[in-house]
Design a protein around this ligand. Structure first.
Ligand code: IPM
Ligand code: MG
Length: 352
Protein backbone atom coordinates (compact mmCIF):
# COMPACT_ATOMS: atom_id res chain seq x y z
CA UNK A 1 0.00 0.00 0.00
CA UNK A 2 1.16 3.55 -0.79
CA UNK A 3 -0.05 6.43 1.37
CA UNK A 4 0.90 10.04 1.80
CA UNK A 5 0.58 11.55 5.27
CA UNK A 6 0.50 15.23 6.17
CA UNK A 7 2.44 15.79 9.38
CA UNK A 8 1.66 18.76 11.59
CA UNK A 9 4.04 18.52 14.54
CA UNK A 10 2.90 21.82 16.07
CA UNK A 11 4.25 23.28 19.29
CA UNK A 12 5.82 22.27 22.58
CA UNK A 13 6.42 18.53 22.75
CA UNK A 14 4.66 18.12 19.36
CA UNK A 15 7.89 17.65 17.39
CA UNK A 16 9.35 15.31 20.05
CA UNK A 17 6.43 12.88 20.04
CA UNK A 18 5.64 13.07 16.33
CA UNK A 19 9.25 12.15 15.56
CA UNK A 20 8.87 8.91 17.51
CA UNK A 21 5.50 8.12 15.93
CA UNK A 22 7.04 8.52 12.45
CA UNK A 23 9.84 6.17 13.49
CA UNK A 24 7.24 3.54 14.33
CA UNK A 25 5.30 4.22 11.12
CA UNK A 26 8.47 3.74 9.07
CA UNK A 27 9.07 0.46 10.85
CA UNK A 28 5.54 -0.71 10.03
CA UNK A 29 6.13 0.20 6.37
CA UNK A 30 9.36 -1.78 6.32
CA UNK A 31 7.95 -4.83 8.07
CA UNK A 32 4.67 -5.07 6.16
CA UNK A 33 5.86 -3.76 2.79
CA UNK A 34 3.97 -0.44 2.63
CA UNK A 35 5.25 2.88 1.41
CA UNK A 36 4.35 5.76 3.72
CA UNK A 37 5.58 9.16 2.57
CA UNK A 38 5.15 12.38 4.54
CA UNK A 39 5.07 16.17 4.11
CA UNK A 40 5.40 18.52 7.07
CA UNK A 41 3.21 21.56 7.61
CA UNK A 42 3.10 24.41 10.10
CA UNK A 43 0.17 25.10 12.43
CA UNK A 44 -0.43 26.73 15.79
CA UNK A 45 2.25 28.80 17.47
CA UNK A 46 4.89 27.52 15.06
CA UNK A 47 2.88 28.98 12.17
CA UNK A 48 2.19 32.23 14.04
CA UNK A 49 5.91 32.72 14.61
CA UNK A 50 6.87 32.02 11.05
CA UNK A 51 4.00 33.37 8.91
CA UNK A 52 1.76 35.28 11.34
CA UNK A 53 -1.38 33.14 11.20
CA UNK A 54 -2.24 29.99 13.18
CA UNK A 55 -3.41 28.00 10.16
CA UNK A 56 -1.73 28.90 6.86
CA UNK A 57 -3.72 28.16 3.72
CA UNK A 58 -0.90 25.92 2.57
CA UNK A 59 -1.30 23.72 5.66
CA UNK A 60 -5.02 23.19 5.17
CA UNK A 61 -4.54 22.51 1.44
CA UNK A 62 -1.65 20.13 2.08
CA UNK A 63 -3.66 18.23 4.69
CA UNK A 64 -6.69 18.04 2.40
CA UNK A 65 -4.56 16.66 -0.42
CA UNK A 66 -3.07 13.90 1.74
CA UNK A 67 -4.44 10.47 2.66
CA UNK A 68 -4.49 11.33 6.35
CA UNK A 69 -3.04 13.76 8.87
CA UNK A 70 -0.86 13.18 11.92
CA UNK A 71 -0.89 16.03 14.42
CA UNK A 72 1.25 16.56 17.53
CA UNK A 73 -0.13 19.38 19.66
CA UNK A 74 -0.59 23.13 19.37
CA UNK A 75 -0.46 26.05 21.79
CA UNK A 76 1.64 27.40 24.62
CA UNK A 77 1.94 30.35 27.00
CA UNK A 78 3.89 32.34 24.43
CA UNK A 79 0.71 32.85 22.37
CA UNK A 80 -1.86 32.92 25.19
CA UNK A 81 -2.37 36.66 25.13
CA UNK A 82 -3.24 36.87 21.42
CA UNK A 83 -6.74 37.75 20.23
CA UNK A 84 -8.96 34.67 19.96
CA UNK A 85 -8.80 34.55 16.14
CA UNK A 86 -5.00 34.39 16.33
CA UNK A 87 -4.65 31.81 19.04
CA UNK A 88 -2.93 28.53 18.14
CA UNK A 89 -6.12 26.62 19.07
CA UNK A 90 -7.76 28.31 16.09
CA UNK A 91 -5.59 26.10 13.88
CA UNK A 92 -7.16 22.99 15.37
CA UNK A 93 -10.69 24.25 14.81
CA UNK A 94 -9.74 25.33 11.29
CA UNK A 95 -8.39 21.89 10.48
CA UNK A 96 -11.39 20.10 11.99
CA UNK A 97 -13.96 22.40 10.39
CA UNK A 98 -12.05 22.87 7.14
CA UNK A 99 -11.79 19.15 6.52
CA UNK A 100 -15.26 18.30 7.85
CA UNK A 101 -13.95 15.96 10.56
CA UNK A 102 -17.21 15.69 12.47
CA UNK A 103 -16.55 12.41 14.25
CA UNK A 104 -14.04 12.39 17.06
CA UNK A 105 -13.17 9.06 18.64
CA UNK A 106 -11.51 9.21 22.04
CA UNK A 107 -10.84 5.85 23.61
CA UNK A 108 -10.13 5.85 27.34
CA UNK A 109 -8.33 2.70 28.32
CA UNK A 110 -6.76 1.76 31.60
CA UNK A 111 -3.67 -0.28 30.74
CA UNK A 112 -3.28 -3.18 33.12
CA UNK A 113 0.44 -2.41 33.40
CA UNK A 114 -0.44 1.08 34.67
CA UNK A 115 -3.26 0.11 37.01
CA UNK A 116 -1.40 1.86 39.84
CA UNK A 117 -1.74 5.21 38.07
CA UNK A 118 -5.55 5.09 38.13
CA UNK A 119 -6.81 7.57 40.74
CA UNK A 120 -9.98 5.54 41.45
CA UNK A 121 -10.24 2.79 44.06
CA UNK A 122 -9.71 -0.80 42.92
CA UNK A 123 -13.26 -1.83 43.71
CA UNK A 124 -14.57 0.89 41.37
CA UNK A 125 -12.30 0.01 38.48
CA UNK A 126 -12.57 -3.77 38.81
CA UNK A 127 -10.88 -5.52 35.90
CA UNK A 128 -10.10 -2.30 34.11
CA UNK A 129 -11.64 0.42 32.00
CA UNK A 130 -12.13 0.58 28.27
CA UNK A 131 -14.60 3.14 27.02
CA UNK A 132 -15.00 5.20 23.91
CA UNK A 133 -16.17 8.79 23.78
CA UNK A 134 -17.67 9.66 20.39
CA UNK A 135 -17.60 13.45 20.27
CA UNK A 136 -19.28 15.63 17.63
CA UNK A 137 -16.45 17.83 16.42
CA UNK A 138 -17.56 20.40 13.86
CA UNK A 139 -20.73 21.88 15.32
CA UNK A 140 -22.23 23.29 18.49
CA UNK A 141 -20.82 26.14 20.51
CA UNK A 142 -17.33 25.79 19.02
CA UNK A 143 -18.60 26.83 15.61
CA UNK A 144 -21.70 28.92 16.39
CA UNK A 145 -22.06 32.67 16.16
CA UNK A 146 -20.14 34.53 18.80
CA UNK A 147 -19.51 38.09 19.76
CA UNK A 148 -18.22 40.48 22.33
CA UNK A 149 -19.33 43.99 23.05
CA UNK A 150 -17.80 45.78 25.99
CA UNK A 151 -19.13 44.02 29.05
CA UNK A 152 -21.31 41.48 27.31
CA UNK A 153 -20.39 38.45 25.24
CA UNK A 154 -22.16 35.49 23.71
CA UNK A 155 -21.50 32.12 22.09
CA UNK A 156 -24.19 30.16 20.32
CA UNK A 157 -24.81 26.43 20.38
CA UNK A 158 -26.61 25.40 17.21
CA UNK A 159 -27.20 21.96 15.69
CA UNK A 160 -29.13 20.76 12.69
CA UNK A 161 -30.90 17.40 12.60
CA UNK A 162 -28.46 16.22 9.90
CA UNK A 163 -25.41 17.14 12.01
CA UNK A 164 -26.81 15.22 14.96
CA UNK A 165 -27.92 12.23 12.96
CA UNK A 166 -24.56 11.55 11.31
CA UNK A 167 -22.64 11.53 14.61
CA UNK A 168 -25.31 9.55 16.43
CA UNK A 169 -25.21 6.90 13.69
CA UNK A 170 -21.42 6.69 14.16
CA UNK A 171 -22.04 6.13 17.85
CA UNK A 172 -24.43 3.28 17.12
CA UNK A 173 -22.08 1.69 14.58
CA UNK A 174 -19.20 1.77 17.05
CA UNK A 175 -21.41 0.38 19.83
CA UNK A 176 -22.42 -2.47 17.52
CA UNK A 177 -18.76 -3.43 17.17
CA UNK A 178 -18.18 -3.27 20.92
CA UNK A 179 -20.49 -4.19 23.80
CA UNK A 180 -23.67 -2.92 22.11
CA UNK A 181 -24.29 -0.33 24.81
CA UNK A 182 -24.59 3.33 23.89
CA UNK A 183 -25.05 6.22 26.29
CA UNK A 184 -26.17 9.49 24.74
CA UNK A 185 -25.24 12.51 26.83
CA UNK A 186 -27.11 15.80 26.59
CA UNK A 187 -28.70 18.53 28.69
CA UNK A 188 -32.23 18.01 27.41
CA UNK A 189 -33.75 19.43 30.60
CA UNK A 190 -32.45 22.85 29.55
CA UNK A 191 -31.13 23.11 26.01
CA UNK A 192 -33.12 23.13 22.78
CA UNK A 193 -30.20 21.57 20.92
CA UNK A 194 -30.24 18.73 23.44
CA UNK A 195 -33.98 18.18 23.03
CA UNK A 196 -33.45 17.84 19.28
CA UNK A 197 -30.46 15.59 19.97
CA UNK A 198 -32.54 13.25 22.14
CA UNK A 199 -35.33 13.20 19.56
CA UNK A 200 -32.87 12.19 16.85
CA UNK A 201 -31.32 9.43 19.00
CA UNK A 202 -34.81 8.01 19.62
CA UNK A 203 -35.55 8.02 15.89
CA UNK A 204 -32.23 6.54 14.85
CA UNK A 205 -32.20 3.78 17.49
CA UNK A 206 -34.87 1.77 15.66
CA UNK A 207 -32.26 1.07 12.97
CA UNK A 208 -29.94 -0.52 15.55
CA UNK A 209 -32.20 -2.85 17.53
CA UNK A 210 -29.23 -4.79 18.90
CA UNK A 211 -27.87 -1.70 20.69
CA UNK A 212 -29.10 -0.85 24.17
CA UNK A 213 -29.44 2.93 24.53
CA UNK A 214 -29.41 5.09 27.62
CA UNK A 215 -29.66 8.85 28.03
CA UNK A 216 -27.93 10.91 30.68
CA UNK A 217 -27.75 14.59 31.41
CA UNK A 218 -24.19 15.79 31.16
CA UNK A 219 -23.85 16.76 34.82
CA UNK A 220 -25.00 13.32 35.88
CA UNK A 221 -22.71 11.70 33.28
CA UNK A 222 -19.73 13.59 34.74
CA UNK A 223 -20.61 12.26 38.17
CA UNK A 224 -21.27 8.69 37.00
CA UNK A 225 -17.89 8.60 35.25
CA UNK A 226 -16.11 8.75 38.59
CA UNK A 227 -18.77 6.94 40.61
CA UNK A 228 -19.09 3.90 38.36
CA UNK A 229 -17.20 4.24 35.06
CA UNK A 230 -17.69 0.58 34.18
CA UNK A 231 -21.36 1.21 33.41
CA UNK A 232 -20.19 2.97 30.22
CA UNK A 233 -18.97 1.53 26.98
CA UNK A 234 -19.67 4.01 24.16
CA UNK A 235 -20.68 7.59 24.98
CA UNK A 236 -21.96 9.79 22.17
CA UNK A 237 -22.30 13.51 22.74
CA UNK A 238 -22.06 17.01 21.31
CA UNK A 239 -18.86 18.98 20.89
CA UNK A 240 -18.34 20.77 24.20
CA UNK A 241 -19.78 18.04 26.42
CA UNK A 242 -17.46 15.64 24.62
CA UNK A 243 -14.50 17.92 25.19
CA UNK A 244 -15.13 17.95 28.92
CA UNK A 245 -16.14 14.32 29.39
CA UNK A 246 -13.23 13.01 27.33
CA UNK A 247 -10.75 14.83 29.56
CA UNK A 248 -12.47 13.38 32.59
CA UNK A 249 -12.53 9.89 31.06
CA UNK A 250 -8.84 10.09 30.19
CA UNK A 251 -7.92 11.16 33.68
CA UNK A 252 -9.73 8.32 35.41
CA UNK A 253 -7.52 5.93 33.46
CA UNK A 254 -4.49 7.71 34.91
CA UNK A 255 -2.73 7.55 31.58
CA UNK A 256 -3.37 10.74 29.68
CA UNK A 257 0.06 10.38 28.04
CA UNK A 258 -1.13 7.10 26.56
CA UNK A 259 -4.38 8.01 24.84
CA UNK A 260 -4.79 8.60 21.09
CA UNK A 261 -7.67 10.04 19.11
CA UNK A 262 -9.11 9.99 15.62
CA UNK A 263 -11.12 12.72 13.91
CA UNK A 264 -13.00 11.34 10.95
CA UNK A 265 -15.45 12.24 8.26
CA UNK A 266 -17.81 9.98 6.33
CA UNK A 267 -15.10 8.49 4.07
CA UNK A 268 -11.92 7.01 5.49
CA UNK A 269 -9.98 10.29 5.67
CA UNK A 270 -8.94 11.33 9.16
CA UNK A 271 -6.70 13.34 11.42
CA UNK A 272 -4.96 11.58 14.29
CA UNK A 273 -3.51 13.13 17.41
CA UNK A 274 -2.76 12.39 21.05
CA UNK A 275 -5.42 13.74 23.38
CA UNK A 276 -2.89 15.49 25.61
CA UNK A 277 -1.64 19.02 25.03
CA UNK A 278 1.67 20.58 24.01
CA UNK A 279 3.30 20.56 27.49
CA UNK A 280 5.70 23.42 26.68
CA UNK A 281 7.51 23.05 30.02
CA UNK A 282 9.02 19.71 28.97
CA UNK A 283 9.43 20.40 25.24
CA UNK A 284 12.72 19.35 23.64
CA UNK A 285 13.96 17.65 26.82
CA UNK A 286 13.47 14.04 25.74
CA UNK A 287 10.98 13.51 28.58
CA UNK A 288 7.54 13.45 26.91
CA UNK A 289 5.67 10.19 26.50
CA UNK A 290 5.32 9.42 22.77
CA UNK A 291 2.91 6.52 23.28
CA UNK A 292 -0.33 8.46 22.68
CA UNK A 293 1.00 9.64 19.33
CA UNK A 294 2.30 6.18 18.44
CA UNK A 295 -1.13 4.75 19.27
CA UNK A 296 -2.64 7.52 17.12
CA UNK A 297 -0.66 6.09 14.21
CA UNK A 298 -2.23 2.72 15.02
CA UNK A 299 -5.67 4.35 14.82
CA UNK A 300 -4.70 5.88 11.46
CA UNK A 301 -3.75 2.48 10.08
CA UNK A 302 -6.97 0.97 11.38
CA UNK A 303 -9.50 3.65 10.43
CA UNK A 304 -8.04 5.40 7.39
CA UNK A 305 -6.08 2.61 5.73
CA UNK A 306 -7.99 -0.49 6.92
CA UNK A 307 -4.69 -2.05 8.05
CA UNK A 308 -5.98 -3.81 11.14
CA UNK A 309 -3.09 -6.29 11.43
CA UNK A 310 -0.55 -3.47 11.34
CA UNK A 311 -2.55 -1.47 13.89
CA UNK A 312 -2.71 -4.52 16.18
CA UNK A 313 1.04 -4.95 15.80
CA UNK A 314 1.70 -1.41 17.06
CA UNK A 315 -0.67 -1.85 20.00
CA UNK A 316 0.97 -5.16 20.90
CA UNK A 317 4.43 -3.61 20.63
CA UNK A 318 3.39 -0.87 23.08
CA UNK A 319 1.99 -3.46 25.46
CA UNK A 320 5.16 -5.54 25.21
CA UNK A 321 7.41 -2.59 26.03
CA UNK A 322 5.22 -1.78 29.04
CA UNK A 323 5.39 -5.44 30.10
CA UNK A 324 9.17 -5.19 29.92
CA UNK A 325 8.93 -2.43 32.54
CA UNK A 326 9.92 0.58 30.45
CA UNK A 327 8.25 3.85 31.44
CA UNK A 328 8.57 7.50 30.53
CA UNK A 329 8.56 9.73 33.60
CA UNK A 330 4.81 10.54 33.45
CA UNK A 331 3.94 6.86 33.97
CA UNK A 332 6.98 5.88 36.01
CA UNK A 333 6.53 4.02 39.27
CA UNK A 334 9.20 2.61 41.57
CA UNK A 335 11.03 -0.45 40.33
CA UNK A 336 10.35 0.30 36.66
CA UNK A 337 12.94 1.35 34.07
CA UNK A 338 12.78 5.04 33.29
CA UNK A 339 13.40 5.99 29.65
CA UNK A 340 13.19 9.16 27.57
CA UNK A 341 11.07 9.99 24.55
CA UNK A 342 13.60 8.66 22.02
CA UNK A 343 14.29 5.46 23.88
CA UNK A 344 10.57 4.74 24.20
CA UNK A 345 10.13 5.25 20.44
CA UNK A 346 13.13 2.99 19.71
CA UNK A 347 11.90 0.28 22.06
CA UNK A 348 8.45 0.21 20.45
CA UNK A 349 9.93 0.18 16.94
CA UNK A 350 12.21 -2.70 17.99
CA UNK A 351 9.34 -4.60 19.58
CA UNK A 352 7.60 -4.47 16.21
C1 IPM B 1 -9.31 19.14 22.61
C2 IPM B 1 -8.84 20.49 23.02
C3 IPM B 1 -9.36 21.51 22.03
C4 IPM B 1 -10.86 21.48 22.11
C5 IPM B 1 -8.83 22.92 22.22
C6 IPM B 1 -7.33 22.97 22.27
C7 IPM B 1 -9.36 23.84 21.15
O1 IPM B 1 -9.24 20.77 24.32
O2 IPM B 1 -8.96 18.70 21.50
O3 IPM B 1 -10.03 18.51 23.39
O4 IPM B 1 -11.45 22.13 22.98
O5 IPM B 1 -11.47 20.80 21.28
MG1 MG C 1 -10.18 19.15 25.30
Amino acid sequence: MKKHIAVVAGDGIGPDIVGEALKVLAKVGEKFGHSFTTSSYLAGGAALDSVGVPLPEETLKGCQASDSVLLGAVGGPKWDTLASNLRPEKALLGLRGGMGLFCNLRPAILYKQLAGACPLKNEIVGEGLDLMVVRELTGGIYFGQRGREDDSAYDTMAYSRAEIERIVRKGFEIAQKRSKRLCSVDKANILNTSQLWREVVKQVEVDYPDVQVSHLYVDNAAMQLVRNPRQFDVIVTENMFGDILSDEASQITGSIGMLPSASLREDSFGMYEPIHGSAPDIAGKNIANPIATILSVAMMLRYSFALATEADAIEQAVSKVLDMGYRTSDIYTEGMKKVGTNEMGDLIAQAL
